[in-house]
Design a protein around this ligand. Sequence first.
Ligand code: ZN
Ligand code: ZN
Length: 359
Amino acid sequence: MSALERIRERMREHGLDALLVSDVGAVSWLTGFTGSSGFALVTPTEARFVTDSRYTLQAKEEVREMPSATYASPTEPADFLAAQAREMRIDRLGFDSETVSHSTWTKWQERFRPIELVPAPNLIGDLRMVKSEAEIEKIRRSCALADAAYDHVLRLIRPGVSEYDIGLDLEFFIRRQGADLAFAPIVVSGERSARPHGRASEKKLESGDFLTLDFGAMLDGYASDITRTVVVGRATDRQEAVYNQVLKAQLAALDMMRPGVRGRDVDAMARTVLDEMDLAQYFGHGLGHGLGRLVHDMGRLSATSEVVLEPGQVWTVEPGVYIADFGGVRIEDDVVVTDDGIEILTKSPKKFTVIGASE
Ligand code: ZN
Ligand code: ZN
């Protein structure tokens, strides 16, 4: 069933005659469009993609299942959208009340008159969590590219090299393969590794540093997201013990993932294992997030997650421990839920590793 057929089915279930899709991730899922701004209007018999003139040609290439309409300055997007909706003879139009801001809604209400705007739940959100075989194949290739980039950058790691150089090398490798970065690579070493989302800096690697690399590719519209932590030069017993406990937590979480398992229970499993070494207190973020057209796609694996695992969902699994004045360890893989378990899409080695030892 196509994305358009699936959303129409959900609209029927919710008694909606027309839907305005405005969230960029949802629009991308529904239409295949990879630009940064666009909308879709969907009724039971018609659908239209709306974007601005910067994207006229791109829309022609990417959006196959519905006609595109584009506007140019000085036309206001809201006025153009409203005109399209009137042309489609829409009387009541659902909008995603979870992602449309109050100010946008106020403006739309005025411009869309006499069409009535009705708040609708985030219908595409749940649908987006389950990927098609074609989508999974794209994510698989994006993950393979991230693995290749990691393998490539390993040879650069030694004392004296700056975090910045490592970040640039990752970026160059990924772009050279015709992909984009999924996000600015996180490259943190030594005490800076205790910052879960630190950017690369001028700091040079020193012997004894933890080095955490978190990066991903955006290939053919789909993201990968991988984290590996290694020790530079020489490691202490405590570094090895903390690393191995984070790895044990990740492996235990991965091991329990299969259809029917609750996201919050997977998150809890990782915390339970970390607490064997009293480390859960240093694990401040959720265990994972959905992955797809966006790096942080729909869905979370966290203590409050309502998610139940289903075949076709793609998740990151990324326990981390961040201890001030000591450093941090995070290990992140991307997985797809299968009929009876998971397939791990990122395959870079994650055994405790010390790199760049000087004799
Ligand atoms: Zn990541
Ligand atoms: Zn992630």
